[in-house]
Write a protein that binds this ligand. Structure first.
Ligand SMILES: Cc1ncc(COP(=O)(O)O)c(C=O)c1O
Length: 399
């Protein structure tokens, strides 16, 4: 049998992998030891890394130092959440102030509740806010609110969108969960999600209004909500086509279906002016926003739902939203501090840095005629590689 010759790509991967293993012996040991008491040796399955993750010993500003002493520049930034870097003096001071004033107070409101909500009202133009402990909690309760408001059971989710790990949305998270062009059944991400539950989530396509209309016709007055990221960030970076979000909102309004815009990845990382231009917010905006991680600049877990007065009126008589740590003093003190710090001019600086990176990556792609495109919005950016011969000018679909 003829020898299989490795491709250039495989050779680079093997070389880098060998180098990684050589430089991370302590991480390898720690990972092996941790696996004895922690399934998979990681805290969240999104931390899986081949052949094992590196363990962080220290972090400062834009650098992290792993337990082997490797000094690394962090371009990941906690999924874009660590907006101002590690140990930022302003954030450390704010954290100390909250502790000095309030201690770690849970289960009772503090003045930070008013401060944090006022900032969000102004920033996101929805009049009412409730706070949670994660993006997952926010999308879970936003869907519950929508189901309660219309007494309907179905929810439409966009294929390949990610909205957290609860049963209603942990379906069809990856493009490729089905064959290209086949019908879109709701595909659970993992075992433990009963089919009776995943069947309540209908899978539509981003930038394809007809795929939403199809369900509205098939299940009249049974669909409570459409949940969507205004820019899909789970699968490269897919921006909405002109008019898509506006038409989606208008369609849903006519059919009394709640529109939930999930901004868990977008909030703070991307200034709203870059997002809101995709629909006419003055006359017709989404009914609910869900926010999360970026709200506190990675200082603590947090989530939030913004809502119109119609949804707020359901709480607490018809729908109860609760949680011991919801709106705890530390989280809301940090939300207030981070949001005050993330001024428009600072967010513009982040955008400028993104553009700087984007332009240089683009120049490299162009120079070497690579089958790839690079996109950015706010502090987020993405490089998408194509199979040679399948290059596109931009990505507007995820398959
Ligand atoms: C758009 C979106 N929604 C919801 C979530 C869930 O947030 P969390 O991980 O805080 O539960 C995420 C997490 O990445 C997200 O990107």
């Amino acid at each position: 049998m003829a020898d299989v010759v490795p491709t250039k790509h495989e050779i680079i991967l093997q070389t880098e992998l060998a180098e990684y293993v050589r430089r991370t012996t302590k991480s390898a040991e720690l990972h092996a030891a941790t696996q004895a008491s922690v399934p998979g040796g990681i805290a969240s399955d999104y931390q899986v890394m081949d052949p094992y993750p590196f363990y962080v010993g220290n972090s400062n500003a834009s650098s992290i130092v792993d337990v082997d002493g490797n000094n690394l520049i962090d371009f990941h930034g906690g999924f874009g959440v660590t907006l101002f870097g590690y140990k930022h003096p302003y954030l450390i001071e704010a954290a100390n102030k909250v502790f000095a004033e309030q201690g770690s107070l849970i289960s009772l409101p503090t003045p930070y509740l008013l401060d944090a909500s006022k900032i969000l009202v102004e920033r996101f133009s929805l009049p009412f806010w409730r706070f949670f402990n994660s993006g997952t909690e926010a999308t879970l309760d936003a869907i519950r609110l929508a189901r309660a408001r219309y007494t309907r059971k179905y929810v439409i989710k966009i294929e390949s969108g990610y909205h957290g790990h609860h049963d209603a949305v942990w379906v069809s998270v990856h493009a490729g969960a089905r064959e290209v062009g086949s019908e879109n059944p709701s595909v659970p991400f993992c075992s433990g999600i009963p089919k009776e539950v995943s069947d309540l989530t209908l899978i539509a396509e981003f930038n394809n209004l007809d795929s939403v209309k199809k369900y509205l016709a098939k299940y009249p007055e049974q669909i409570a909500a459409v949940i969507v990221e205004p820019i899909l960030l789970n699968c490269s970076m897919i921006k909405p086509k002109d008019g898509f979000l506006q038409q989606l909102i208008e369609l849903c309004r006519a059919e009394k279906v709640a529109v939930i815009f999930d901004l868990v990845k977008i909030n703070t990382a991307i200034h709203m002016k870059h997002i809101i231009k995709y629909w006419d917010n003055e006359n017709c905006g989404p009914d609910l926003y869900t926010l999360g991680k970026g709200l506190s600049g990675a200082m603590c877990p947090v989530g939030a739902i913004g809502m119109t007065a119609e949804f707020a009126a359901l709480i607490p008589s018809k729908v109860q939203l609760s949680g011991t740590y919801c709106g705890n003093s530390f989280a809301l003190g940090m939300v207030t501090a981070v949001q005050n710090y993330a001024t428009e001019s600072r967010q513009d600086t982040l955008e400028m840095l993104s553009k700087f990176m984007h332009d240089r990556v683009k120049a490299t792609i162009d120079k070497h005629k690579l089958p790839a495109i690079v996109e950015y919005v706010g502090n987020k950016g993405c490089i998408t590689f194509f199979k040679k011969g399948h290059e596109l000018p931009c990505v507007r679909h995820y398959q």
